[in-house]
Design a binder for this molecule. Sequence first.
Ligand code: PLP
Length: 407
Amino acid sequence: MTFCREEHVRIPESDLEGMSVDTLAVRAGQIRTGELEHSDAIFPTSSFVYGSAAQAAARFGGEEPGNIYSRFTNPTVQAFEARIAAMEGGERAVATASGMAAILSTCMALLKSGDHVVCSRGVFGTTNVLFQKYLAKFGVDTTFVSLTDRSQWEAAIRPETRMLFIETPSNPLCEVADMAALAELAHARDALFVVDNCFCTPVLQRPFEQGADIVIHSATKYLDGQGRCVGGVVVGPEKLMEEVYGFLRSAGPTMSPFNAWVFLKGLETLPIRMRAHCDNALELAQWLEGQSAVAEVFYAGLESHPQHELARQQQSGFGGVLSFRLKGGREEAWAFIDATRMISITANLGDVKTTITHPATTTHGRLSPEDKAHAGITENLVRISVGIEAVADLKIDLQRGFSALEQ
Ligand SMILES: Cc1ncc(COP(=O)(O)O)c(C=O)c1O
């Protein structure tokens, strides 16, 4: 029997062209070995061997493509990169050790001392710390503005602004940015428009179609979806990704092959999980709106949400994260959280298991009181990342919280 490796190594991209994200999630990027395994192979090896010293030299010199060392070339990691790039509709992806490593690598590769960033205020707390505390040490200055107020973005942009950075919907208040408008602003000044697409994933939102230059993910969240691994990824045009890849090769915040394999498996079920998250979250948000102990619910799927129409246009679903303010303060928020029995008290989100968080003292706990106030992170705010359990059972558990407040 003859075996033509070339025919079996990977489904050619052209064979999948135009296919839906549901199909790409399952099929894109798989590298099949000579064993012809059906499920993705995992390559837990730090280095690769060569047929000769000349071949080793050719690989290191970039004259011959192929694997070298898993800090920067690993087939399982490459399969994950190819799959997420196809799903986002980007040219190339670079996988990283965490979502924060994805943001750091993007900034280290594409910014320099003296550059200026404009960033939305509602970003994940650690992203805020990265810009304010660490990138500032290397001469990159950041101005934080309201995600939804275009005039603040215009006012903040300076001649040396090189990047506009957002998360949409924002964490935890679910504000929605007008991506096309921000892309236009960025491009008029020759700045990069970077979107953290962690909350929606490519299943619900495609930032490149709205003008984004770079899309970032914390793979730790929905891409895995089952709370197993920490990882991240940057997606964008070949030229920019070559820079990000170069930083990774030199600095090393690399994704492990094992984690890449877990994320590949996670991606296969991402489309159906996202739809289940969205259905449950919308029903819970509507139910929470009717509770007398709740002062305000934040979820873009609600008609009461100020950017509901924009979210309808930009997203194909409203996502699985919602938050709400209870009447009262920290005491009420903690009492509510502590009274739940099934829902997990944990800071992670995007898991099939529903999680509940007090942002002011956990995810956003390192923000200064002023920054918290600006970002709307009040003591009575509770965030829920709605999982895929039966929504009736989630209501039973949350009702325990409301009953505790009544007592
Ligand atoms: C929107 C968003 N971006 C980035 C990150 C950072 O990701 P990681 O925890 O994988 O470093 C998080 C983490 O919660 C997040 O919620």
